[in-house]
Design a protein around this ligand. Structure first.
Ligand SMILES: Nc1ncnc2c1ncn2[C@@H]1O[C@H](COP(=O)(O)OP(=O)(O)OP(=O)(O)O)[C@@H](O)[C@H]1O
Ligand SMILES: [Mg+2]
Length: 322
């Protein structure tokens, strides 16, 4: 059976205006700058990269929380990128975004019950009793006791807030969930239980995940494929094992070299990445990684490399890939 991708992203751009003190636009911040990839049904696709490279902006733009500047987002057969929020609502119900900061998605004045009922009130016409039944079912699925329904967000732990955030999304029976830094700020033992919960829920509800994280060890553990972002672009994408055992882009190699290791050899002998990336308001010509790249040569300043390689397995955007 060959099924098409569940989510297909084509040349997606999200630019933010940069304004001077008189509110005049003086330039653009290119947060997502021409990103294309497919998400296969049932997979976990990781998105990694340094802080500020555009991971959250990518997630929010896919979700329509922010309007795309240009490009296509085809979800379950419909291009939702160009639609107004009210037009796309019925398509986006099955595409959900789980916020980087779980506290931000929960209203401090609402009980957990009210927070869990709200998406159902907004998106469905279910009567109250059926809503309550669905809420209780999902609460059990994320491993929280029913007594938590009457608590407020500040009365539960960070790990439990994550579970509530996830439950809120699951009430709408999504097919694709964008998880933005789902384990950041949790201690290691809680991280492990939350990761197992994601995997259990994936099986139970047939979910597909876009897993945004800067924690490469976690990504290696749970993702089927990984996309590496640098300054608003995907510079390498492929099967997780390919990316970790034979990275082709110097940026990916430097990210992997930075993972601390206990015993064992490093995956690569590459250089460690130094300094800050250039500003997304003022990108270098040609390859945007060249200012930090040990392999940079004249062609890198004049030509912007496209992703090349085997689309199904492993692609890198570099003039001199390994
Ligand atoms: N609403 C906004 N208005 C203007 N600029 C923004 C906005 N949101 C994000 N940016 C800018 O876009 C770039 C990408 O930000 P984004 O939050 O997507 O990064 P990130 O990869 O998620 O980083 P982190 O790992 O720190 O969460 C940054 O330079 C950021 O300052
Ligand atoms: Mg982010």
């Amino acid at each position: 059976m060959s099924e098409g991708p569940i989510l297909s992203v084509e040349a997606l751009h999200k630019y933010f205006p940069v304004r001077n003190v008189w509110k005049r636009r003086v330039g653009w911040l290119r947060a997502v700058d021409g990103v294309s990839f497919d998400v296969r049904r049932g997979e976990i696709l990781g998105v990694v990269g340094e802080s500020g490279c555009g991971k959250s902006t990518l997630g929010k733009t896919l979700m329509g929380i922010q309007a795309a500047t240009s490009g296509r987002v085809v979800f379950e057969g419909h291009d939702i990128a160009g639609l107004k929020p009210h037009q796309s609502r019925k398509y986006r119900e099955h595409l959900q975004y789980c916020y980087q900061d779980p506290g931000a998605s929960l209203d401090p004045r609402w009980t957990i019950r009210a927070s869990l009922h709200e998406p159902l009130v907004v998106h469905t016409t279910l009567p109250a009793a059926e809503r309550e039944a669905r809420v209780r079912e999902i609460l059990a699925a994320v491993g929280l006791p029913e007594t938590h329904l009457d608590l407020y967000p500040h009365e539960i732990s960070g790990g439990q807030q994550r579970r509530v955030g996830l439950a809120r999304i699951l009430t709408l029976k999504p097919s694709v969930v964008i998880l933005d830094e789902p384990t950041s700020g949790l201690d290691v033992s809680v991280q492990a239980t939350i990761l197992n919960l994601f995997l259990d829920l994936q099986r139970a509800f047939g979910l597909t995940y876009l897993f945004i994280s800067h924690d490469l060890s976690v990504v290696r553990l749970v993702c089927d494929r990984v996309a590496v972002m640098y300054l608003g672009r995907i510079v390498e994408i492929g099967e997780t094992e390919q990316i970790f055992s034979a990275p082709r882009h110097p940026y990916t190699q430097s990210l992997l070299a930075a993972i601390p290791r206990i015993g064992g050899a490093r995956v690569t002998d590459s250089f460690a990445l130094e300094g800050e990336p250039p500003s997304p308001t003022n990108l270098p010509s040609g390859c945007r990684f060249r200012t930090r790249c040990p392999r940079a040569s004249t062609i890198c300043a004049s030509e912007d490399p496209a992703l090349t390689g085997d689309v199904a397995q492993h692609q890198a955007a570099c003039h001199f890939p390994d």
